[in-house]
Design a protein around this ligand. Structure first.
Ligand code: PBG
Length: 325
């Protein structure tokens, strides 16, 4: 055979493959999302997310330490509140003595170098289970903005390094930036959930927090899965309003969107490998249909290849361990 081109030469052995690999995945690219609850030494497994649990603050710190020692630089926190603390305006979200601010303080005092990212949205605090305030059955954008801004300021006061608005209200990045700066938190970053779709893949997350909408759905604020041009509008607004990072969510089913955002902004891009993506891998592995570790690392590498600088994933510890082997 007189073949001139033999692409297989570049795949001949592990050393050559390592030299020519275009995309890398390391623990430094990962963010571990965690669910926190009241109590001590309390670990409540989440049925729809095998291997994940709601943790009391002491166990939260232990788990975060494990991740940090494996090279994961950041965690993202979601508080699981009891029903009695929820109301229509998410009042508990600005309580400095509340679960979330106490969690942030505990993490920052035990692990000062660990980056703590907090979620800005009403849903964990809302008796309606929506990210904004519900008035006459509609999500009121402008009534919600000052509540989000105050929530972000309280999170920063507790020590959050990055606040991450996941609510999809219009104008929230500007409102949050202004409020942070007025309170002298000019160094606190904003990771905007810029392009967040109305997705069925969030199902297990809503079980974890018991935060599913009590009525209606989130389609009037989260994006339509059929759209990609619309991202440009969200990207331009978030850049102009002062976002530091842009997030695309969910991850793998939206790899084309990650690429599109990557090519249309110079800001760092985060991808969220969401609860449903995690649970699909776990469920298939439990049934012996696929190899969890291998498919996990491949999924995360593909998100990096699509253009994500960082990846939020519940499997950050599993991945970091596998990468260390
Ligand atoms: C809500 C929020 C959601 C997630 C992160 N923040 C769910 C939702 O919008 O209903 C989803 C994360 C996941 O599924 O892993 N503000």
């Amino acid at each position: 055979m007189q073949l001139v081109q033999r692409p297989r030469r570049n795949r001949r052995n592990a050393q050559i493959r390592a030299l020519v690999r275009e995309t890398r995945l390391g623990p430094e690219h990962l963010v571990l999302p965690m669910f926190v609850q009241e109590g001590s030494a309390l670990r409540t497994p989440i049925a729809t997310m095998p291997g994940q649990a709601r943790l009391s603050i002491d166990l939260l710190v232990d788990t975060a330490r494990e991740a940090f020692e494996l090279g994961v630089p950041a965690v993202a926190l979601f508080p699981a509140l009891t029903e009695d603390l929820k109301d229509a305006r998410g009042t508990e979200s600005t309580n400095q003595a509340g679960l979330l601010p106490r969690s942030v303080r505990a993490l920052k005092s035990a692990l000062p170098e660990l980056l703590v990212i907090t979620d800005v949205a009403l849903d964990p605090y809302s008796s309606d289970g929506h990210d904004g305030v519900v008035i006459d059955g509609r999500i009121d954008n402008d009534v919600t903005l000052p509540l989000l801004a105050s929530m972000a300021v309280e999170q920063a006061r507790a020590g959050a390094d990055v606040v991450a608005p996941s609510d999809m209200m219009d104008g929230r990045v500007a409102a949050i930036r202004r409020a942070l700066d007025e309170a002298s938190f000019t160094d606190v970053l904003i990771c905007s959930y810029c392009v967040k779709y109305a997705s069925g893949f969030y199902g297990p997350f809503r079980d974890a927090l018991e935060s599913a909408p009590r009525s209606g759905d989130k389609k009037t604020y989260q994006m339509d899965p059929g759209n990609v041009r619309e991202c440009l509008r969200e990207v331009r607004l978030d850049e102009a309003e002062g976002a530091d990072w842009l997030m695309v969510k969910p991850g793998l089913p939206y790899a084309d969107v990650i690429r599109f955002v990557r090519e249309n902004s110079v800001l760092p891009v985060a991808a969220y490998h969401v609860s449903g993506e995690y649970s699909m891998l776990k469920a298939a592995a439990e049934r012996g249909f696929l190899d969890y570790e291998r498919c996990l690392l491949e999924s995360l590498l593909c998100l990096r290849r699509a253009g994500a600088d960082m990846i939020f994933t519940y499997a950050a510890i599993d991945a970091a361990r596998a990468l260390a082997d």
